[in-house]
Ligand binder design. Sequence first.
Ligand SMILES: Cc1ncc(COP(=O)(O)O)c(C=O)c1O
Length: 408
Amino acid sequence: MNTIAIEDSFGLTTCNKQAIAIERGQGSYVWDEQGRRYLDFTSGWGVTALGHAHPTILSALSEQAGKIMQNPNSGFTYSPVRSRLLARMQQVLPQGLQRVFFANSGAEANDAAIKLARKITGRSVVIAMTGSFHGRTLSTLSVSGGPENAARYLPKVPDNVFVRLSDEQALALMFEKHDVAAVIIEPVQGEGGVRAVPRQYFESLASLCRNNGALLIADEVQSGYCRTGTFFAVEKAGIRPDILTMGKGIAGGFPFAAFAVTESLAQGVAKGDHGGTYCGNPLGCAVADAVLAYMIEHDVAKKVQDCGQMLRSALEEVVNPYPSLVKELRSAGLLIGLQLYSDEQVQRLTQICLDNGLLVTPTRNAVLRIIPSLLVNAQEVEEGMTVLRQSLAQLQDEQNLNAQAMTA
Ligand SMILES: Cc1ncc(COP(=O)(O)O)c(C=O)c1O
């Protein structure tokens, strides 16, 4: 049996898989088992922020693996590389959010944030936004998407409620009705289709939280670490959350995540409130530290601003001739969403792009996401645009043919 047949037979498949078996990657490119090259504009769902096989990451991994990967008694003992990372993070964390806990995934970081918010406020109601995505643990699922999402895994986690993103009135009403523990929000919704929270709404939300003793949790798992052109997206909104969660690009491909809290919140956390076998493991810390050092030294946030603008202009030129395929283009730095008219169109365009050598990400609500490496260069952008142009033309031809067949 080949790779695909074995995975299909023995893996527990929970998603629509693309029929390619990727063997290796370098920078913005990956190669399948047959040696065919693809331009990767997914960066593993926003994870391989410095591209594939970046030398900084490789040397941090091998150097630390040769020293120690897991501390004796894990977090009960200190680690030089963990402390180096904590110290470096102080250069980029929003002011006042200096206390950090390391986790293994974005969902885990959000789960911990919700748990701590409930403990510290002594309340249980968490407000989330429709269209959000915060992970796939029970608690994070119950604040993702909308009420129907968690209903698949009954009984639902109680007391979590949704409001429509940007509906200030609905939000204020929720605060009137409930003693709110926390509001969890992505400054730019990623899985929901690249939707930035309007600044005015964010400000109202922050003040409602402040005035009602509720905590504001900013989920920057996807928008953080330079993805949207500032180190964290909350910087643009001028908002300081009480808890900020991070993941994905934080260690450029090594499974790692974190959350940061204010000093006053840290005072409310007691011994035993949280933990985990791999939390803050030296290997993850070493890679995260190397990625962070690189991002700071090379001002990756500025690079993303410039490249994001270049990619956006290029995309406008490519998609403008296809108003019947692309409804809207939304972008924040190098997080880009093409709003099409149906999920079927997105699936088909994703497949055509793949056939033509470009990997893109289908997401909810008929949106196709483009999430390249943060180090993507002008030539790769041009190559991607050529393939996308060709793929849109193909999709348009297919649709025209279908329409003709229907009327014939
Ligand atoms: C905003 C946001 N939060 C949380 C998560 C969950 O992260 P993970 O898949 O690492 O658990 C994701 C994943 O896509 C995300 O986009």
